[in-house]
Design a protein around this ligand. Structure first.
Ligand code: PRX
Length: 635
């Protein structure tokens, strides 16, 4: 039996037991047998959740790109590593072999070096889903620079905040991007952001849409001519297992976004191991994850996990609705995709369009279906199972987070019997706990509580960039000696987990995490706004949509509400991005507050969700009269 590839349920239980009874022996064996190290570790694991400090494979030396690329060259050098499927179906797909990927990454890495980027420097990558995105990520890793990918849907303000937080020396972008029938002026957004980023010394610009753009003399460089001149090989920088590999920002319930720091050795081992098992990847398979590399799903399961396994991974530039809602299925048929991984919001949007788009395409290649990003509702689960998987391809509902680096609770397909809406069992090595309000662990089955993890796993984030205290406060202070996820979960009679959703002020809209505080801050910048509060409410495609309660200043009263709504959403788009726009905005005479001045969001959530039969205890409210007023005028 190989501990690396689990095929049956009994095997899962056996390996799981090993992994929790003796984690160090277990992970040492996985790391030793399946990866390429320049030097082995002195110590498999040291940890202390009170500091918090976690180190995996300390003393080991490696370069992750040698694991993702070089070691495959002699066995599968001509195999396709990346299939690039462009936004426009008329444009030809590109197949990049492992040999070609090696050359492209090396050339790019040499360009970075020539531009003065060194080990430990931060490089911001703001690119659409084109091959240069994956290649630049790997090029950074090749030379030990820390990449910070910012999703190319974020606004210039959001981009500037992230660039400055990590003091990035360089930005890699493109002249623009395609998104369905639209083009987006990415370089213009970068230019605007950089008016406020003194740390940035240079900008590399990939050509994608061939528009005439402004190039700042001395700062901006077209990428292609530099690549053409660069040498085709680049000796990898040898990194310590605990050296940072990347920073990736995620929203918190308060304050600015958190730059989660992932390190090299443990992240590599865990993402590769989960990829192999959760997708049951086999050598000839074609794997497609529809996420953007701007999110953790793309980092771990488009780039690092698949490439570490020598897989063929699809990168899709476009959107599910262009040129029509059959696009995903057309791509599955065209590239004979075997594993398909997407988000519930995409499934719901496609389900809404009916099955005629599906019926036009041959989906028989599909062996495993995945979902991630938010709880999947029962209806969407069944639609996916019935129509896409034809009840033959198991659904892996994978629960995890930017912070966890890899999948945490998930079925292993063909081994774990699935159950709609359940992420099922903890993955190998993962020790979940459900906690009650008093900080005690709830044992046994058929219980629910707050989801924590009791023991370190190799791919956990090690800190928040520049703010270790915040890392401690956010994840390790709610419950003693445990990592707190921010999610609620229940455990059924056989020990399966179902994630019930966030228990903090993070709202997941179309699979994107949004903190309420930054959105409220943006709204409050409108000169007519006195105060605001954001809550989520159920939405049949997005999962949740945003509902804003806004109190106006005297100067704002009497102004046209529709115009105000447009202006408020405009500010949000500028400050954060279109993903954070509000679906509903209600103008209120006040917000329900406790005597200590805290907004009682629980009530606002109920009103937004049209669930006002029982508002719960309102006795601590300072201004109970506003509740009736808000209910009377609810949208
Ligand atoms: O609330 C959980 C939800 O998404 C959050 C993490 O979001 P993010 O860091 O953006 O990473 C998303 C991709 C890994 C979690 O705290 N979530 C993620 N996957 C699931 C989920 N909720 C329910 N079921 C899932 N499968």
């Amino acid at each position: 039996m190989s501990n690396y590839h689990i095929k049956h349920l009994e095997e899962y239980y056996q390996v799981y037991r090993k992994s929790v009874q003796n984690p160090e022996v277990f992970w040492e064996e996985i790391a030793e047998e399946h990866f390429m190290w320049r030097k082995k570790w002195d110590n498999v694991l040291s940890w202390d959740f009170t500091k918090p400090e976690v180190k995996w494979f300390e003393g080991a030396k490696l370069n992750i790109t040698e694991n993702c690329i070089d070691r495959h060259l002699h066995i599968r050098g001509d195999k396709t590593a990346i299939i690039f499927e462009p936004n426009n179906p008329e444009e030809e797909a590109q197949h990049i072999s492992y040999h070609e990927l090696h050359e492209k990454v090396c050339r790019f890495a040499n360009v970075l070096k020539e531009q003065g980027i060194q080990k430990g420097d931060r490089v911001c990558i703001y690119l659409p889903m084109i091959p240069e995105l994956a290649i630049s990520v790997l090029a950074c890793a090749r030379i030990g620079a820390i990449h910070s990918v910012v999703f190319a849907g974020f606004s210039s303000t959001a981009l500037a905040t992230r660039i400055n937080d990590a003091t990035c020396k360089m930005v890699i972008t493109s002249d623009g991007s395609y998104r369905g029938a639209k083009t987006i002026d990415l370089k213009g957004i970068v230019d605007e952001a950089l008016t406020d980023c003194p740390c940035v010394e240079s900008v590399l610009v990939a050509k994608r849409i061939n528009t005439d753009i402004h190039m700042e003399q001395g700062r901006d460089h077209w990428l292609q001519p530099l690549l053409d001149e660069a040498y085709i090989d680049c000796v990898p920088e040898i990194m310590n297992a605990e050296d940072p590999l990347f920073i990736l920002y995620t929203s918190g319930s308060t304050g600015k976004p958190k730059g989660m720091v992932h390190t090299t050795g443990g992240y590599m081992v865990y993402t590769a191991y989960t990829f192999k098992n959760v997708f049951q990847y086999k050598e000839e398979d074609v794997y497609w994850c529809t996420a953007d590399i701007g999110w953790i799903t793309g980092h771990s399961y488009i780039v690092y996990g698949p490439l570490c396994n020598g897989a063929t991974t699809v990168m899709f530039e476009g959107v599910p609705s262009y040129p029509d809602f059959g696009r995903f299925w057309e791509i599955v048929e065209k590239h004979k995709v075997n594993q398909f991984y997407t988000a519930p919001t995409a499934i719901r949007a496609l389900a809404k369009e009916g099955v005629e788009h599906l019926e036009k395409h041959d989906l028989s290649s599909i062996k495993v279906l995945g979902t991630v990003g938010e709880p999947i509702n029962e209806e969407a689960w069944h639609w996916y199972d019935d129509n896409v998987g034809k009840r033959k391809a198991p659904i892996v509902d994978t629960w995890w987070q930017t912070e966890t680096g890899g999948m945490m609770i998930t079925p292993i397909p063909y081994a774990t019997p699935t159950k709609p809406t359940y992420a099922t069992l903890p993955f190998i090595g993962i020790q979940p706990a459900l906690m009650d309000e008093n900080g005690k662990e709830i044992k046994g089955n058929q219980v629910d509580g707050r989801l924590c993890i009791k023991f370190p796993w190799p791919s956990m984030a090690r800190t928040i960039w520049g703010n270790h205290q915040r890392y401690k406060d956010t994840y390790f202070s709610a419950y003693e000696n445990k990592y707190f996820t921010g999610d609620g979960a229940l455990r059924d009679e056989v020990g399966y987990y179902r994630i019930t959703g966030r228990v903090d002020d993070v709202i997941i809209v179309s699979g994107h995490n949004l903190g309420t505080a930054p959105i409220e801050d943006a709204i409050n910048e409108h000169p007519a706004v006195a105060e605001s509060a954001i809550v989520g409410f159920p939405h049949d495609v997005k999962g949740n949509a945003l509902y804003g309660y806004v109190t106006l200043k005297e100067t704002g009263e009497g102004r046209n509400h529709d115009n105000l709504r447009k202006e408020i959403n405009q500010i949000i788009t500028e400050q954060i991005g279109p993903i954070a726009k509000l679906d509903k905005i209600q103008f209120t005479s006040g917000l329900p507050k406790t005597r200590s001045g805290k907004i009682m969001r629980r009530i606002l959530r109920k009103i937004a969700g049209k669930d006002t039969s029982n508002l719960g205890d309102t006795s601590t409210l300072l201004n109970p009269e506003v509740v009736q007023d808000i209910m009377d005028n609810a949208l």
